[in-house]
Design a protein around this ligand. Structure first.
Ligand code: ADP
Ligand code: MG
Length: 233
């Protein structure tokens, strides 16, 4: 039987009236948000606007927020942070496999490392990796879990500009190949426009702006289209 149309279009993430306060200070003020399955979305906002708070809520890492409204998210969620959070006492492959056992998992771990450009570094220690390589390993650790939803909180924020651009290409390629829903938190306007198909701006506890990046999509920092989108933000 053909699936019901509603099931086909059901969003991967659905938030209704999500609210979060700290010490009487409201950070999320009734957030309503749908993220369609497979969409690459960026979330912009000034420092302290609540981007990480929202991402933690969607990741299911915030128990306080749970009762405040409605939150629906897939069961397989991976999170990448600004620092790779690799365990320094585990080799790169063991970090990627953390919690997974068996030959098949190992095969997938090696494949994930190859996919992010770290073939041959399986037995390296985290402190032997550059910042960019550590983030590649963090992406491999996510990838191997085949997430339906990939949450990334300023994953390239600590990298130099050139490395960051290489990581943009990698993340976009991984997304095109595996098609998870992505929510990328960033404060870099150009990064948001170049990478995502939809850009949200968090402002005063609400989604203040919801911009679709149409085709042709600016794909590099030199694309003149970038300026046009920047002006709309
Ligand atoms: P962003 O990621 O956009 O920079 P955050 O979500 O980290 O912003 O923080 C939003 C606001 O919530 C800030 O004012 C911050 O101080 C506050 N906040 C975040 N987490 C906590 C916490 N665990 N305890 C108290 N205040 C917090
Ligand atoms: Mg943050």
């Amino acid at each position: 039987m053909a699936p019901h149309a509603e099931q086909l279009t059901r969003p991967a993430v659905q938030l209704r009236g999500l609210t979060r306060s700290f010490d009487g200070h409201t950070v999320l003020d009734g957030i309503d948000l749908d993220l369609p399955a497979g969409q690459f979305t960026a979330l912009l906002g000034h420092s302290g606007s609540g981007k990480s708070t929202l991402l933690r809520a969607v990741a299911g890492l915030d128990h306080e927020v749970a009762g405040s409204g409605q939150l629906t998210a897939p069961s397989r969620v991976s999170v990448v942070f600004q620092d790779s959070r690799l365990l320094p006492w585990q080799r790169v492959l063991d970090n990627v496999l953390l919690g997974l056992d068996g030959k098949e998992a190992e095969r997938r771990g090696r494949a994930a490392l190859a996919e992010v450009g770290l073939a041959g570094r399986e037995r390296a220690w985290p402190n032997e990796l550059s910042g960019g390589e550590a983030q590649r390993a963090a992406l491999a650790r996510s990838l191997v879990r085949e997430p339906e939803l990939l949450l990334a909180d300023e994953p390239f924020g600590a990298l130099d500009a050139l490395t960051r651009i290489r990581m943009h290409t990698l993340l976009r390629e991984l997304w095109e190949r595996h098609r998870p829903s992505v929510l990328l938190v960033t404060h870099d306007v150009d990064e948001a426009i170049v990478l995502a198909d939809r850009v949200l701006v968090l402002d005063e506890g609400r989604i203040g702006l919801d911009l679709t990046i149409d085709r042709p999509h600016p794909r590099s920092y030199r694309d003149p289209l970038l300026g046009e989108y920047r002006e709309r933000l």
